[in-house]
Design a protein around this ligand. Structure first.
Ligand code: ATP
Ligand code: MG
Length: 558
């Protein structure tokens, strides 16, 4: 191993450095992290990066990770999302220690709020949201104190109790922290802690009509769970001051917040809100449409958990936002699938080959499942006198160094024989209808005594044994790198060619037994997986990724 590679492997990211220091200084005997999704959509690749980071740290260091649903907003959250999030985290290969819900802490949070009021550090404000905005000031001008700021503790306790009891309509009162209206950090200008919302919650039902704001629930939930390292994305940097203020004033477990850069991936969007629009407005089939950057979409597309974890490891953690090339994700899945995918033969656009000197009924030929896996075993493929090959693998007037089939030219059929094209038969329109060939009986793969060497090897299927299948070819969801950075609505930049359906391709019969758990390489075509809607009468395969990076080539061509 060269020194450089070794160094790369041993170098720590900034969070690992902090944790190693904390552990060696004896600040904590072990660490606790959490992954805190809001259950208002399905998880996407950005979340995958946060999951790999949080769970990865407690895999590497002593400690554990909680899964905490940040369900403080009753209106947007649904049980369907909770279930999908759990399934996705498990599928990615991680186990949480405790499954928790911010809503489990509503009673405790309420007590914390009362404690702040009793300390004179929170007050009930009757201002409307417009009035509050007007008093907030600007980054360069201080704000103005609310006329309700100096209410007595008794008055505040009474009003807050009545807010909880449902005496007031939505928007009429809020509970605010009493910090400083001239604070340089706008988030410290008496932030709202509680608002009234007469809404049904997916877990607490109708018990509450006041709900804590994000800033009042998040850090406090961290403390309740004794999270040591609370990792979030950079937009929360300005919130850290409030996070620390609340922990200090409440005198609760001192969790610490650390921020890393959000991961954005080109040619797609990673925002639940935007993905929800694509689902609701039916630009895609659903959250698990194989073009979606969701974990469930990637799973249906044939991505493996290993390849997604590898991708997240390679992009690592950064302190500055940047765009990650989706080509890296495709590279990672290609690498993994090359090792595990079963090789199969499928002809997409067939032309018939008749082997005029093949007199037998047919025979079974053996072919290895995966040359990259010595324990991969073999399968049987039926061979006969009538075959399909790919139309694009024949050329009537080939250029020099054309190693596929052409009049008078020989090729090898994969795991079968060498054939020679003797005659081309065309229909009335001049389209090639049939290729009449002869085969070399001594050239059987594995027992070739013909002494003939050919350069081209083609995939094929036997006409009478082939099974029909539908194939869905996916491409990037958007035609521009960053659809949110363009003029107008991001949906105007959807790639109209992101899905191409081939309703009838010809597959070797073994694929009748294809299963959702397996991955396949259709030889010379790409990597494929069975779709969940497939059945033996109507086989459907999704293309995960092509064999080569077609886009990189495009870019080079210019
Ligand atoms: P979205 O904008 O898609 O709704 P979010 O940040 O609001 O994302 P949450 O459910 O609140 O989604 O996020 C759960 C965790 O995942 C948070 O810790 C958040 O920081 C992290 N996360 C979300 N998106 C990304 C991303 N693109 N890159 C890295 N981490 C992310
Ligand atoms: Mg969110």
């Amino acid at each position: 191993m060269s020194d450089e590679i070794k160094k790369e492997e041993e170098s720590l990211n900034f969070l690992e450095e902090i944790i190693e220091q904390d552990l060696s200084a004896g600040k904590y005997p072990s660490i606790v992290t959490r992954f805190p999704p809001e259950p208002n959509g399905y998880l996407h690749l950005g979340h995958a990066s946060s999951i790999c980071l949080n769970f990865g740290l407690t895999r590497k260091y002593p400690g554990y990770t909680n899964l905490r649903f940040d369900d403080t907003n009753p209106v947007t959250e649904e049980t369907e999302y909770v279930d999908s999030i759990k399934e996705d985290v498990k599928w990615l290969g991680f186990e949480w220690k405790h499954e928790r819900y911010a809503s489990d802490y509503f009673d405790t949070l309420y007590e914390y709020a009362v404690k702040l009021i009793e300390k004179g550090l929170a007050y009930v404000d009757d201002s409307t949201s417009e009035q509050m905005a007007a008093m907030k000031g600007t980054p360069t001008e201080p704000g103005v104190n609310s006329p309700y700021r100096d209410r007595t503790i008794e008055e505040n306790l009474d009003l807050f109790t009545r807010m909880k009891a449902g005496e007031f309509p939505d928007g009429s009162h809020t509970l605010r922290a009493k910090i400083e209206m001239a604070h340089i950090n706008m988030l410290m200008r008496d932030p709202i802690l509680y608002r009234i919302k007469h809404a049904h919650h997916h877990r607490t039902g109708d018990k509450w009509c006041i709900y804590p704001m994000y800033d009042f629930a998040h850090g406090q939930s961290d403390s309740i769970e004794e999270v040591t390292h609370s990792i979030c994305t950079l937009e929360f940097v300005p919130h850290r001051e409030l996070y620390d203020w609340l922990i200090e004033k409440l005198d609760i477990y001192p969790s610490h917040q650390y921020e890393f850069a959000r991961r954005n991936i080109n040619y797609t969007v990673t925002s639940k809100r935007k993905l929800l629009q694509l689902v609701n407005e039916q630009y895609v089939e659903g959250w698990d449409d194989p073009r979606m950057p969701t974990i469930s979409g990637l799973r249906r597309r044939g991505y493996t958990p290993e390849s997604i974890r590898d991708f997240c490891d390679r992009i690592g953690v950064a302190k500055r936002e940047n765009m990650v090339d989706v080509g890296l994700l495709e590279f990672c899945v290609r690498e993994h699938l090359n090792k595990i995918a079963l090789r199969r033969m499928v002809v997409f656009d067939p032309v018939k080959v008749v082997i005029t000197n093949y007199t037998g009924e047919g025979e079974m030929l053996s072919s290895e499942n995966n040359p990259e896996d010595e324990n991969g075993g073999t399968r049987q493929i039926p061979f006969s006198g009538e075959l399909y090959i790919e139309r694009e693998d024949f050329m009537e007037n080939p250029p020099k160094k054309y190693f596929r089939l052409a009049p008078g030219q020989m090729v090898r059929l994969k795991s079968a024989y060498i054939i020679k094209c003797e005659q081309v038969i065309k229909d009335e329109e001049g389209q090639v209808k049939e290729l009449q060939c002869t085969y070399i009986p001594e050239s059987k793969s594995g027992a070739d005594t013909s002494g003939i060497h050919v350069k081209g090897t083609l995939h094929w299927v036997s006409v009478k044994h082939a099974v029909r299948a539908e194939v869905r070819l996916y491409d990037r969801l958007f035609k521009v790198e960053d659809p949110t950075d363009e003029e107008g609505d991001f949906k105007e930049y959807l790639n109209p060619l992101s899905l191409q359906v081939l309703p009838a391709v010809y597959a070797e019969p073994d694929l009748l037994h294809a299963s959702l758990q397996e991955r396949y390489q259709f030889i010379r075509k790409g990597y494929f997986v069975l779709d969940k809607s497939s059945n033996p009468d109507q086989l459907i395969f999704n293309r995960t990724v092509g064999l080569k990076d077609a886009w990189a080539k495009e870019v080079k061509k210019g």
